[in-house]
Ligand binder design. Structure first.
Ligand code: ADE
Length: 290
């Protein structure tokens, strides 16, 4: 059987240019149309830097009703995606994508994180299996490299999870985002959440842009951002501060942090925790930068 021709990108026209391929195995390929057409990723698809191909499981069904699911053995609600149909589809796609990682999306999977995106961006591509209904027959898992969840909640299917992965990985690929510096500054590129951003107008409904950002003093701006990052992380994601290393901080900053946390002078050295691929920024910024 032919690969479904729902491809965007230029693999057919210019295979040598196409650096990365996302193959989405789904019952609802139309859900990916928006992703193809809009955004920076859409542009990368048009130029052939990235390819996004969808494959409808239904095309690999063999009966006249194109059946893709069946009742679960042992009873219970919902339907289960048939292993024969899914595996036929997967094997055909996989055979055409040497080196691609096969990922099954499920709320019962390992958590997808920024570090996962960084690692997967180094591959030649991803084959993403999107489940619907009660999910896949368990034997499909024998054919995949990883089972991955995007978070501790249950979606109606894996398609939105696949889009999250395409976005997170796609934007790390050369030629997609265009501004490598902005990748490194972001939340989860470092161990801390990103500081808030402001643009014009300076005054909006009675709220002003913080004076530090208008000062033109780079050291002052850097210190303000670091402190905002720390405060934000402490408020919203305190668990990220578990391995915080304050050794390279100025005395003033250590004092400030001790006041924030109510812990007294923070002199204890602990190992720094930085996301893979991230520059050693933020909490470990040298004292003279602060
Ligand atoms: N399918 C349904 N819920 C999901 C989740 N949280 N992550 C990945 N795939 C899913």
């Amino acid at each position: 059987m032919e690969l479904e021709t729902q491809t965007a990108g230029a693999l057919e026209q210019a295979p040598a240019q196409c650096g990365y391929a996302f193959d989405i195995l789904t019952l609802f390929p139309g859900l990916f149309d928006g992703l193809r057409q809009e955004s920076l990723l859409g542009k990368a698809l048009q130029t052939g830097v990235v390819e996004l191909a969808t494959h409808n499981f239904r095309q690999w069904a063999t009966d006249r009703h194109n059946t893709v699911d069946d009742e679960p053995f042992g009873g219970g609600p919902g339907m289960v995606l048939k292993p024969d149909v899914v595996v036929r589809c997967l094997r055909e796609v996989r055979q055409k994508r040497p080196g691609a990682k096969v990922v099954l999306l499920s709320p019962a999977g390992r958590l997808f994180k920024q570090e996962t995106a960084v690692a997967w961006a180094k591959l030649p591509g991803l084959i993403l299996l999107c489940g619907r209904y009660e999910g896949f027959d368990a034997r499909v898992e024998d054919e995949v490299d990883e089972v991955v969840s995007i978070g501790d909640y249950v979606l109606n299917g894996g398609e939105v999870a696949a889009m999250v992965i395409v976005e997170a990985v796609g934007r790390l690929l050369p030629g997609v985002i265009g501004n490598a510096a902005s990748l490194n500054e972001e939340s989860h590129s470092t161990a801390l959440l990103e500081a808030p951003h402001y643009t014009r107008p300076r005054e909006f409904e009675g709220r002003s842009v913080p004076a530090e950002l208008l000062s033109g003093n780079h050291a002052e701006i850097a210190r303000w951002r670091l402190r905002q990052s720390l405060q934000r992380t402490r408020e919203r994601r305190p668990e990220l501060l578990a391995g915080l290393d304050t050794r390279a901080w100025s005395k003033k900053d250590r004092q400030w942090w001790a006041e924030q946390t109510g812990e007294g002078p923070a002199t204890k050295a602990r190992p720094q925790r930085v996301a893979p691929g991230a520059p050693d920024r933020g909490a470990a910024a040298p004292a003279d930068e602060l």
